[in-house]
Design a protein around this ligand. Structure first.
Ligand code: PRP
Length: 481
């Protein structure tokens, strides 16, 4: 059915009025989503904002979509219709069968057929998107696209206005990182702290999140709770949003009068906005939460001896999945034998193999070093099975000097495998003595002593779910990794 120019004109007038109403981000965007969907005679609309690290798309306004659809988790910016963020208008005729759709099963169960997505552009860069959903399969006209692009222009202005105070925090965090990277020239603290932290516990919380490389936004949204006639009478602004966990966090200092009040607001927020995942946390709750999501051992805010986290659990998992996809593609239709060298490889091997979509067998070797400067390698545990005629992938946690791998590859190739390649999670290229061919590399790392996710220092730290850099004081005078 053709939509008239008149209805688009009136909708744009309404949308501009709402944009200038001074309402909070969520109310404004919900109202725009509703006007846009109605004008286009569509069944749903979603307005998404790109997270500060450009990894996630955060829903800031919706209309006509069920909770189930909204709760399918934060959208991965690289997987969910990435062309839109490249500035393109994307049309999906059938969401259930189009492999560009990140959650096709959910779309199917929600009866969504067609999707039109346009970028929200701020200074020529995508800062978000608008998506329109229809139950009936639909062809979108040029007028439809041009209307939605105009709505996106209005959203760009709203986003930029809402992001203004966030920019100050990004500057602060960049400064903080620079300061950590060059401790010799510290930036005065007064210029680093955002003035917007309302309480010192929030500052502590932000530091802890930074330590564990967990992306955060400070007070990014206000949720309307109560209206008196047309006037907004009460709002609630949670302290933090953690995009990786799609979680809002309100901190509590445990003062009973505040706690009761905060609990009431949270109850109300959940009733009015059931799609919002929000938690009230005191310090010990927070540490338990970190443990649940794999950050840091329970009962300790920071791991003793670890100077800083190099790769968080989530970053490692994302990289492992990417490596597994590449390996699965490269060996498609073949069987693959994975060989690991004990013990450092255990975490990586366990995670990697679970994401391989191939028939896989597994074997392990153990080695010991002896001689001056550990330059001689001896195999103390050899393979259980023959590798002759097999496609073999050596899996390593870290390649440092390359001596170990060089020796093992020589040993294995003498048994005539069909192919022999290497996948290492970490490549400390700066310390390489022997050139070894690396087929798949997770991360190239600096020349620092790293621990965690299988890697040890004197037998400890292997159980950390992240990779951290050991405090230089701890290893003073010892030979490097
Ligand atoms: C690590 C790692 C590699 C080796 C790489 O093992 O698992 O096998 O070092 O170093 P290279 O490139 O300098 O030869 P480590 O000796 O620490 O034993 P582990 O696996 O039991 O921790």
């Amino acid at each position: 059915m053709a939509r008239s120019r008149g209805s688009y004109y009136s909708a744009l007038k309404r949308i501009t009025r709402v944009a200038n109403s001074g309402f909070g981000l969520k109310k404004t965007c919900n109202s725009i989503a509703k006007s846009a969907a109605r004008a286009m005679q569509a069944n749903g609309c979603r307005i998404l904002s790109l997270s500060s690290q450009k990894e996630y798309l955060i829903t800031v306004g919706t209309y006509g979509l069920s909770d189930l659809y909204l709760k399918k988790g934060p959208l991965d910016a690289r997987k969910s219709l990435p062309d839109i963020l490249d500035g393109k208008v994307v049309y999906i005729a059938d969401a259930a069968t189009d492999d560009r759709v990140q959650h096709p099963q959910t779309a199917l169960s929600q009866g969504i057929s067609s999707i039109l997505g346009v970028p929200v552009l701020g200074k020529g860069q995508a800062i978000g998107e608008i998506r329109i959903y229809t139950r009936e399969p639909r062809q979108f006209s040029e007028a439809d696209k041009s209307f939605l692009l105009s709505v996106a222009d209005t959203c760009a202005v709203i986003f930029e206005r809402a992001e203004l105070h966030q920019l100050l925090q990004k500057d602060y965090r960049a400064d903080e990182r620079r300061r950590k990277a060059s401790p010799a020239s510290p930036v005065p603290t007064s210029t680093l702290r955002p003035t917007t932290f309302a309480h010192s516990s929030e500052e502590d919380f932000a530091r802890l999140l930074d330590f564990y490389c967990i992306d955060w936004l400070y007070e990014p949204r206000s949720f309307p709770l109560r209206w008196e006639g047309d006037k907004l009478a009460e709002m609630f602004t949670p302290d933090f949003y953690l995009p990786e966990l799609d979680l809002y966090v309100e901190l509590t200092t445990l003062r009973q009068n505040l706690l009761t009040e905060k609990n009431r607001k949270l109850r109300q927020l959940r009733e009015l906005h059931p799609e919002v995942n929000v938690r009230l946390l005191n310090k010990s709750d927070f540490i338990k939460l970190l443990a649940k999501y794999g950050y840091g051992p329970l009962g300790e805010a920071k791991v003793e001896g670890v100077d800083r986290v190099l790769y968080s659990h989530a970053q490692i998992q994302r990289r492992v999945r990417t490596l597994a996809r590449r390996i699965s593609d490269d060996y498609a239709g073949q069987r693959l034998m994975l060989i690991g060298i004990l013990k450092g490889v255990v975490c990586f091997m366990a995670d990697l193999m679970q994401h391989l979509s191939l028939p896989v067998t597994l074997d392990f070797m153990a080695i010991s070093y002896y001689g001056r400067d550990d330059e001689v390698v001896e195999i103390t545990r050899d393979l259980d099975t023959s590798i002759t005629g097999q496609h073999v992938l050596m899996v390593e946690d870290i390649v440092d000097t390359g001596m170990t791998l060089n020796y093992i590859l020589g040993h294995l190739s003498a048994h005539n495998p069909a192919s022999l390649s290497v996948c290492t999670l970490l490549d400390k290229r700066a310390r390489r003595l022997v050139n070894v061919p690396l087929g798949y590399v997770g991360f190239e790392i600096p020349d620092e002593f790293v621990v965690g996710y299988g890697l040890d220092y004197k037998g400890e730290y292997r159980n950390l779910p992240f990779i951290g850099i050991l405090h230089p004081e701890l290893i003073k005078g010892e030979s490097p990794q």
